[in-house]
Design a protein around this ligand. Structure first.
Ligand SMILES: [Fe+2]
Length: 483
């Protein structure tokens, strides 16, 4: 029987089919954007079911009505070619079919099963990790990474393993593996991403900016998710360095605008604008412009994580009727939830969405109450620790504004313990200490905030001096002008 480049058996595969599958595996794992030749090959293929199955998998990771419908068409074609399918191909068919039918639990099990039996199948591992990521299951993310690491000597696998370690808070091991991947090939954007997460988790912002800037020239051939998301990570570092004007410039030039109809780009954009506003930045008319791309998504519900981003974007844009319609639709979705997803939709998404809507219209007390209900279930929303931190930050803002000082203080102190280098956290702590009459601690926090801020200003000025033609904190040219 014919085998692909990973040594995996393929039924009814000609030379062209093998080449197409080997190409798409590399391109997908490298977060490239050259998928058109593979889609063309999958459209023409009449014998080998793996081509339409992989095409369906690609479509399903795009979370839109059109891509879902396309996945269903590819799946039907694969089924028609499946008479002589290998056991692995049959398992793929189950994974894709159950995903299309909304049985994500079964789909996740199917892809994890493939990884366990055929750990050289890196696209099955990619899809299994996507399922784990989408349900906030960090242990599964790591388990899959470890399984493929044992069977493949591959830089892509190092990065996939590293991200699982990072989401399990095993930061030193994660960073070491990701840096090994970069040492093998400095163009690995998923390894850059894993390193960014490790640095973010410990508040190592200066290192984060320096590292991402040093590799940003390699992202030009990335797909829009990876391109905008790595720039989003750089913007997060800048926000925590008090360089919010540069982060806003990144929103305009890198994070938003590559593919405005794509859910991942939209989530990055909503998250970045929200974080900038939480730091007091006026984002102007950007919410209104962004909301025009969110309005068609009110009833999709492919991913709770994306849904709450859409909802907050619409709410901040003042799209009251769209928000009301989406909240009702989310409640319906929660009522239809299968047992394995009930906590995600009913326990987390519904109170979170209502809390976000309340926060967006300035009802802080109601927002604090509702977000407080969602927080214990937040992990089940999916996404990464860094992405979900947005909702913790909005909850904290609502608590602070509505005078729940003790609860806000506890959250801020926990933030400070994890990331003691963020001046804004120290400033917020100082304000709260003042409110509750702890003057000495307020003064100490204020002093530490100023020390940090001075250090960051000095670094930004020194960087600008060594980068001709830039002015610190005022132009997008101060960062990432490497492309
Ligand atoms: Fe990330």
């Amino acid at each position: 029987m014919v085998r692909d480049g990973q040594g995996l058996e393929l039924s009814d595969a000609g030379e062209g089919a093998v080449a197409a599958l080997d190409f798409v595996r590399q391109e997908w794992l490298a977060f490239g954007n050259r998928f058109a030749p593979f889609i063309e090959a999958a459209d023409k293929e009449e014998k080998c079911p793996m081509l339409p199955l992989v095409a369906a998998g690609l479509m399903l990771t795009m979370y839109s009505q059109e891509s879902h419908a396309a996945a269903a068409r590819y799946c039907a074609r694969a089924k028609a070619m499946a008479a002589g399918a290998t056991p692995r191909e049959q398992a793929w068919l189950i994974g894709i079919e159950s995903w299309i039918a909304g049985d994500l639990d079964r789909s996740a099990q199917a892809f994890e099963g493939i990884v366990a039996q055929w750990p050289r199948d890196l696209l099955a591992a990619k899809l299994a990790q996507i399922h784990a990521f989408n349900r906030g299951d960090a242990e599964a993310l790591l388990r899959i990474g470890a399984e493929i690491a044992a069977a493949n000597d591959d830089r892509f696998v190092l990065a996939m393993h590293a991200f699982g370690l990072e989401e399990c808070n095993r930061l030193d091991e994660a960073e070491a593996l990701a840096r090994r991947a970069v040492a093998i090939d400095r163009r690995d954007p998923w390894a850059h991403h894993a390193i960014a997460h490790c640095l973010e988790a410990r508040g190592r912002m200066l290192e984060g900016v320096a590292f991402l800037e040093s590799v940003a020239d390699t992202w030009e051939g990335c797909n829009s998710f990876m391109y905008t998301h790595n720039w989003w990570h750089l913007a997060l570092f800048l926000i925590d360095l008090d360089r919010t004007d540069e982060a806003l410039a990144l929103y305009d030039r890198r994070v938003w605008g590559v593919w405005k109809e794509f859910c991942e780009d939209q989530a990055n954009a909503v998250s970045l604008l929200a974080r900038l506003e939480l730091r007091g930045v006026d984002v102007g008319s950007r919410w209104a412009e962004l909301a025009t791309y969110l309005k068609p998504r009110l009833h999709e519900h492919y991913s709770a994580f994306h849904d709450v981003h859409y909802l907050y974007g619409l709410a901040r844009a003042g799209e009251a009727s769209a928000v009301t319609e989406m909240l009702a639709s989310l409640e319906d979705r929660a009522e239809r939830a299968k047992p394995f997803e009930r906590e995600t939709w009913a326990g987390c998404t519904v109170p979170l969405a209502h809390g976000l809507a309340a926060h967006a219209k300035g009802d802080s007390a109601e927002a604090a109450r509702l977000l407080g209900q969602a927080m214990p279930h937040l992990r089940t929303l999916g996404g990464s620790i860094a992405q979900r931190a947005l909702f913790g930050a909005i909850h904290l803002d609502a608590l602070t504004r509505s005078g729940w000082n003790d609860a806000a203080l506890a959250l801020l102190q926990a933030d400070e313990r994890e990331r003691p280098t963020v001046a804004a956290t120290k400033r917020a702590l100082a304000e709260l200490y003042k409110r509750v009459g702890r003057t000495e601690q307020a003064l100490a926090a204020e002093y530490q905030a100023e020390q940090l801020a001075r250090r960051y200003r000095a670094t930004a000025t020194a960087t600008a001096r060594t980068t001709p033609g830039t002015t610190p904190g005022t132009t997008p040219g101060t960062i990432g002008e490497t492309a």
